[in-house]
Ligand binder design. Structure first.
Ligand SMILES: Cc1ncc(COP(=O)(O)O)c(C=O)c1O
Length: 418
C-alpha cells in the first residue's frame, strides 16, 4: 500500500485508481490530459479555516488576519476559495494585486510587498485603497509621497538578521538580504515615515523565508521586532514548512501559530493586531501533479530512468532548490519496487523531478502522481522547450473541473508581433 499521508486527506486507493476529492485520477487524466495540476478543494478550504481558527484561538485579545501569499499559487480560482473562506491576500506588485481583486478579495485585507516596487505597482495599490503597503526601503517612501493623494496606511518591513535554516534562495531574513530595512536603519525609517503628510505608519512586518520547520526561528524574528518601539499592528509574514517526503519535520499550523503568538504576547503585548501570510503551507498538500510515463530506460549497473510528460516546465522546485518529492505510480502498488530517477522531458540533464526514488513497477503509459506540489509549482510553470503549461483541475465531492485551461499552440504564438 502506498503512503498516502503526503496526499490530501481525501486520497483513497480504489483498485487500480486513486481518488482525490472523490474524483478518479484515471478519469481526470483521460478527460483533461497530462501533465495536470490537481487541487483538492476541500483540503484547501479546510486548511484556510484551520489557519483562521488557530489565529483566533491563540490570539483572542486582539484582531487577527490571515493573508494568503498569492505568490504561492497565483490563480484567481484558487485565491477565490481562500478569500471566500475569510482570508485576506498578500500580493507582490500590480499583477498579483489584479489577481486578488479579481478573486474578490476585500481591498482592506490586502497587503502589498515588493523589494523593488515600481511607480505602477504603488499606483495600483493606491488606486485600490488596499489595507497596507509594506515599505521595503526608503525609495518606497519617496514613491508613495510623490504619488499618494490620500492618507496611506503602511507597515515597515524589518530585516531582522535571522539566518533561517532553509535553502539559501528561500532565506529572506538574514544580514545582507535584499528585503526590508536592516534593524539599525529602522529608527531613521520610522522618523521619515512619521514626518510624512500622507503616510500613516501602522506597524512592522517581518518575513524570514520559506520552508522553515524550526519554530524558534519565528520567535527570534518576533524578538528582533521587540527590540524596536511598539506599534498597534504586526505582520509576521509566512514561511511555515510543508512536508514533502515522509521524513520531513512538519510542525502543525496550531503549533506554529501558538509559538508565534506566544512570543508576540510575551514580547509585544496581547492586544496587538496580528497578521500572518502563509503561502506554501496553505496550498502545498492540497495540490499534486499528475503525469504519464512516456519512457522507461534501463541503463548499465541497474540504473533506471522513468521519464514523464512534464518536468522542469511545470515543477522548478527540484532543479532550483533540490526539493525532493515522493512520487507514486497509480495502480501498481503491489508491483515490483524499483529504484529509479523520475526525470522530465526537457532538454537538460538537471531536469530530474526526484532522483533515486522507489517506484512500483513503472511502465510506459502509467500515471504518476507527485504529491505536495500545491506551493509554487503552478507559480513557476514556464515554456521550456515550448511546453504547454498544464491546466489546473479542481476536484471536489466527486466532480472534477478545469479552472485554468491547458495552454495551446496558439498561446505559444500569441505574443509574437514581429
Ligand atoms: C513577504 C512574504 N510573505 C509571505 C511569503 C510566503 O511564504 P511561504 O510560502 O513560505 O509561507 C513570502 C514568500 O517567501 C514572502 O516573501
Amino acid at each position: 500500500m502506498p503512503d498516502l499521508s503526503l496526499l490530501p486527506p481525501s486520497a483513497v486507493v480504489a483498485g487500480a485508481d486513486l481518488l482525490i476529492g472523490g474524483c478518479s485520477l484515471a478519469a481526470v487524466a483521460e478527460r483533461f490530459g497530462t501533465p495536470a495540476y490537481v487541487i483538492d478543494v476541500t483540503a484547501l478550504r479546510d486548511r484556510a479555516r484551520e489557519y483562521a481558527a488557530a489565529l483566533a484561538s491563540f490570539h483572542p485579545r486582539g484582531a487577527g488576519l490571515v493573508c494568503f501569499a498569492v505568490k504561492a499559487y497565483p490563480s484567481v480560482s484558487l485565491i477565490r476559495v481562500l478569500v471566500d473562506a475569510g482570508l485576506g491576500a498578500d500580493v507582490v506588485g500590480a499583477g498579483e494585486l489584479r489577481l486578488a481583486l479579481a478573486a474578490g478579495a476585500d481591498p482592506a485585507t490586502i497587503v502589498m510587498h515588493g523589494n523593488a516596487k515600481s511607480d505602477a505597482d504603488i499606483q495600483s495599490a493606491l488606486d485600490a485603497r488596499i489595507g497596507h503597503i509594506v515599505i521595503d526601503g526608503f525609495d518606497d517612501i519617496d514613491r508613495i509621497e510623490r504619488l499618494a493623494r490620500h492618507r496611506t496606511p503602511v507597515l515597515l518591513r524589518v530585516s531582522p538578521g535571522v539566518e533561517s535554516a532553509t535553502h539559501a534562495a528561500l532565506a529572506t531574513g538574514g544580514k545582507g538580504s535584499k528585503f526590508g530595512v536592516p534593524v539599525e536603519f529602522v529608527p531613521q525609517a520610522i522618523a521619515r515615515l512619521r514626518d510624512s503628510q500622507v503616510i500613516e505608519l501602522r506597524g512592522l512586518h517581518v518575513h524570514i523565508g520559506s520552508q522553515i520547520a524550526a519554530l524558534r526561528q519565528f520567535e527570534e524574528a518576533v524578538a528582533a521586532l521587540a527590540s524596536l518601539e511598539r506599534f498597534a499592528v504586526y505582520d509576521f509574514g509566512g514561511g511555515l514548512a510543508a512536508r514533502y517526503v515522509a521524513e520531513d519535520p512538519a510542525p502543525s499550523v496550531s503549533e506554529y501559530v501558538s509559538r508565534l503568538t506566544g512570543a508576540a504576547h510575551r514580547l509585544l503585548g496581547e492586544d496587538i493586531e496580528i497578521m500572518i501570510e502563509p503561502g506554501r503551507s496553505m496550498v502545498a498538500r492540497a495540490g499534486l501533479t499528475l503525469y504519464r510515463v512516456v519512457t522507461v530506460k534501463r541503463l548499465a549497473r541497474g540504473k533506471i530512468h522513468v521519464a514523464v510528460d512534464g518536468g522542469m516546465g511545470d515543477n522548478l522546485d527540484a532543479s532550483l532548490y533540490g526539493q525532493r518529492f515522493s512520487p507514486l505510480v497509480v495502480g501498481r502498488q503491489d508491483g515490483e519496487q524499483v529504484v529509479a530517477d523520475l526525470v522530465g522531458k526537457h532538454c537538460e540533464e538537471g531536469d530530474v523531478i526526484t532522483p533515486g526514488v522507489t517506484l512500483a513497477d513503472p511502465r510506459v503509459g502509467d500515471l504518476v502522481v507527485v504529491p505536495v506540489t500545491g506551493g509554487y509549482s503552478f507559480t513557476m510553470a514556464n515554456n521550456y522547450n515550448a511546453a504547454l503549461k498544464p491546466p489546473v483541475i479542481f476536484c471536489e465531492d466527486g466532480t472534477a473541473r478545469a479552472v485554468v485551461r491547458r495552454e495551446t499552440m496558439d498561446d505559444l504564438l500569441a505574443r509574437e508581433i514581429g
